[in-house]
Design a protein around this ligand. Sequence first.
Ligand code: ADP
Length: 543
Amino acid sequence: MLTGRMMNFPLTLTHFLERARTLYARSEIVSRRPDRSLHRYTYADFYRRACRLAGALRRLGVKPGDRVASLCWNHHQHLELYFAVPAMGAVLHTLNLRLHPNDLGYIARHAEDRVLVVDRSLLPLFEKFAGAVPSIERVIVIPDDGPAPSGRLDYEQLLAPEPDTFDFPKVDEHAAAMLCYTSGTTGNPKGVLFSHRSTVLHTLVSCMADVLGVCGEDAVLPVVPMFHAAAWGLPYDAVATGAKVVMPGPHLDPASLLDLMAQERVTVAGGVPTIWLGILALLDQEPKRWDLSAMRTMAIGGSAAPAAMIDGFQKRHGLVVTHAWGMSELNPVGTLSRLKRHHADADDATKLSLRASQGFPLPFVDQRHVSDTGEVLPWDGSTMGELEVRGPWVASSYYGDEGNDRFTKDGWFKTGDVVTIDSEGYLRITDRSKDVIKSGGEWISSVALENALMAHPTVLEAAVFAGRHAKWDERPLAAVVFKPGQSATKEELSAHLEKHFAKYWVPDAYLFVQQIPRTSTGKFLKTKLREEYGDYLLKNPQE
Ligand code: ADP
């Protein structure tokens, strides 16, 4: 091999942080506080405070590799932690405040967190699991809704005496930068350790015009929490490019978000479908109230974005939705849906169907899908199999669970998602492997049925799951929430589905419910539905 003669320059987050000072000092960071007032400062202030934070943490004894946990909403102090902690060589462990205290205790103990930074408004939550985490030596309180209680370290007081500069060490690009635990939808939470390199590469690719295209002219609103999969990397994308950052704090209701988008002229926002469904419903009620003309793209992922929602935003409000797939094990974005140049001539239905798919892989992510027996399947758009991925921002093992069997011997990660892939690489998630409905040997996609049900004019939300069946083993059941004041019969819903699916796909029964149980990250909690209604067909064989 003739070796290239280029520098071996480390891909670290410190580089992005330094650019905040040298190139983007005047860019702005806006955060909504719990009392709804807005906090504003510049990247110059952000840099100085990140230095002070690093100084304070070093004074408290934080060393390279140590885990510093955060239990915080999305705000500027959390952003300071996102950069200062990795840049000093330590690891930011973002704790998901929506988890049960027992899970939080398990996760923080497993991670051996040494320092915890917590919003004062979340102290009562921390106190519920503090006893389970003996490794935490220091608790630093961000005075978000009032001063830190006496006896606790106050974040602002801690930063006050520190210098405005910090001599950040040379960090190896392979050093861990952030620790995120999966939310446990599939068993015990597992730790994923992002490195500087994986995060930098993910950031560069996310900012490509063909991905999210974040640039210095943008105003980026991460609605997706910073405690979940690094807010999809949006905070890193923004700081890397000098974009304005807009943080919603704890106010995630549709009206507060719409106010923020309009006031701060947000151009890029990212969140899970539940958030956007709420926003769409409010926009439909009051289409003229907010000026969203600055909005360029709204990224949706975390669970499937229903086509009806994508279409509704576009047709009724002129807003563009970008559908992406990812997971904690991937830093987290893996695929994103973009049309290709030759689709310009396609009809509207084809375009919508492509935009509602999970798209195709980002550069440097490889995808394949395999059968139950491990056979690699064809990209024919109809054969279902488990998605496997590999790439520089795909986990190679779990932290503290190195031998886990989701990592194959030939170097792929088994995602647990059941998908089809078409001849152009477009991925369609048909299910999680444990949610797919196996009816008499045939696989039925719960997600496809849900999306079709949610396109029915009376239906607000629908979750489809497996009910046990005497003859077929499993049959689909649908839990349906109607829009206020609306309803439909079983026959009407079935007739609607029969337009799109083979007859044996149509659910055997519909359960009309007030709400659908959700996980801490807003996904349908199908284990709960199966627990409650799994035997429904055995008990009601007439259905
Ligand atoms: P977990 O739910 O296991 O904690 P994550 O929060 O990282 O893990 O979520 C990853 C999972 O979310 C994916 O494996 C997939 O099932 C689901 N998911 C993410 N994005 C999408 C999407 N656009 N469409 C459908 N499912 C998605």
